[in-house]
Design a protein around this ligand. Structure first.
Ligand SMILES: [Zn+2]
Length: 465
């Protein structure tokens, strides 16, 4: 491999360049000094009229810049991207943009996936592929939960691979990256796929497909012909200017940016309306059954009933009906303390019921989810952390306190989306248990209905669904 391959598209500190040279080139005829001469460089911290700007993360918040004195000289460093290693005002950042144009060198497909796309996936995939040359408009794929958006990407990724291009598939959520990695690897088993995130030991090395958290893109500079951001509306990408900056910078000048989500946020919806972002909608699930519409169930003052463990309450009656359903049950509740109270109460009332609760900082979170998946529990009580990314076969959802301000329209749509994902169990029950209907609850129900109507209009729903 040529020396450039090891550096192309990366934004590196002096130390990082040295590490790459040490690992891959120290045995070659390329001297470290010569490499530095070939790389572009820029000041790591730029100071213009007292305004300080980090070249790596573009942090605008002046409070994030700290100073110290070394040999009586003032040094400024950036705290915003400190987790990626400290960069100071006396440092340089090195980079080598990827100027390689796309060329069709390989007519052969790299796709080793044996499955077949649904007509909807196929159509959407073609629509997006036709837009790949338009680098001035990002493309949003608005696909309902369970539409099969990952498979839909395969022909698009293949198209770039056949042109000898590089792809980054990123997500704000590390669990999404971890889940995507084996699937992408299996779908393209002859190309190099790399997984990078803050919790892994893996370091970047040249690859055709990079799967990473959005944070990792802070280390790249005009690197990829195609950058796909999955779950674009999820924390921490949404509203994080540095991450938006990093994603945009990681795309080559003539490259393409694709956003993927089931629940686009307001900013993206606005940009679509203004024509700044183009859009493809997938309103149907891959199995052709409609999304499950929520049942609104007024529970009265359910919190007091729960705290007092009131047996003759509407809350308990509704939960009894819900628990009696056949299959796995997910109960979402915004507050951890109430989740624990509910768990204790149900355990006391229903002897032998296999249940547990989970919350964002629960150290056993992954194990519990895995156990639920394997059928070791009947019921999982969760704060909204499980709203995305988890799939349980044959499952029903009860959102207790759907009126909670923490439950946005997007969160509710994602929670609804946990039901009926598998072809073997394409339906189920979703209950909005509440003490007053909020705007967000209404908007979530309207959105689900709207997508079902669109799917039906396009003839994408099974006749027997
Ligand atoms: Zn920074």
């Amino acid at each position: 491999m040529e020396w450039k391959e090891y550096f192309i598209g990366q934004l590196m500190t002096q130390r990082e360049v040295t590490i790459i040279w040490d690992k891959f080139l120290s045995q070659s005829s390329w001297k470290l000094e010569t490499i530095f001469n070939h790389l572009h460089a820029m000041p790591a911290i730029q100071i213009k009229q007292k305004h300080i700007l980090c070249s790596r993360c573009n942090c605008q918040d002046q409070q994030q810049y700290y100073k110290f004195y070394f040999n009586k000289k003032k040094i400024i460093y950036c705290c915003s991207c400190l987790q990626m290693g400290r960069i100071c005002s006396n440092d340089l950042l090195y980079y080598l943009p990827n100027n390689q144009p796309l060329t069709i060198r390989n007519q052969k497909s790299f796709l080793t996936w044996q499955g077949k796309l649904s007509p909807q996936q196929n159509k959407a995939s073609q629509e997006v592929a036709e837009q790949l040359d338009d680098s001035s408009h990002p493309h949003l794929i608005h696909a309902v939960t369970g539409a099969g958006k990952t498979e839909m990407l395969f022909p698009i990724i293949d198209e770039i691979l056949r042109k000898d291009g590089k792809i980054a598939l990123v997500s704000p959520r590390v669990d999404v990256c971890i889940e995507l990695f084996p699937r992408i690897k299996a779908a393209f088993n002859s190309v190099k796929v790399l997984l990078l995130h803050g919790k892994s030991e893996t370091k970047y090395e040249p690859c055709e497909i990079l799967i990473a958290t959005t944070h990792q893109l802070l280390r790249f500079f005009q690197a990829f012909d195609l950058v796909i951001v999955d779950e674009v509306d999820a924390f921490p990408y949404v509203d994080n200017e540095s991450l938006h900056f990093a994603v945009n910078r990681a795309v080559k000048k003539k490259g393409k940016l694709i956003f993927l989500t089931a629940t686009p946020d307001k900013k993206i919806v606005e940009a679509v309306k203004k024509g700044l972002i183009h859009q493809t909608i997938l309103p149907a699930r891959f199995h052709g059954f409609p999304l499950v519409e929520p049942i609104f169930l007024w529970l009265g003052d359910w919190k007091t009933n729960l705290v007092n463990q009131q047996k003759n309450s509407k809350l308990l009656l509704s939960l009894k009906h819900f628990i009696a359903l056949e299959g796995r049950k997910l109960i979402f509740i915004a507050n951890i303390k109430l989740a624990i109270l509910l768990s204790e109460w149900l355990e006391k009332l229903f002897k032998g019921l296999r249940l547990t609760y989970v919350y964002s900082t629960d150290p056993l979170r992954h194990q519990k989810v895995e156990k639920m998946r394997k059928g070791h529990y009947d019921i999982l009580i969760s704060t909204s952390i499980l709203e995305r990314g988890v799939t349980f076969e044959n499952c029903h959802v009860f959102i207790l306190g759907a009126e909670d301000p923490l439950f946005s329209k997007s969160a509710l749509v994602q929670m609804i989306g946990r039901v009926g994902r598998k072809a073997a169990y394409p339906s189920g029950k979703v209950v909005f248990g509440h003490y007053g209907i909020t705007k967000e609850m209404k908007r979530a129900a309207i959105e689900i209905k709207g997508m079902n109507q669109l799917a039906s209009k396009r003839g994408l729903l099974n006749a027997n669904a």
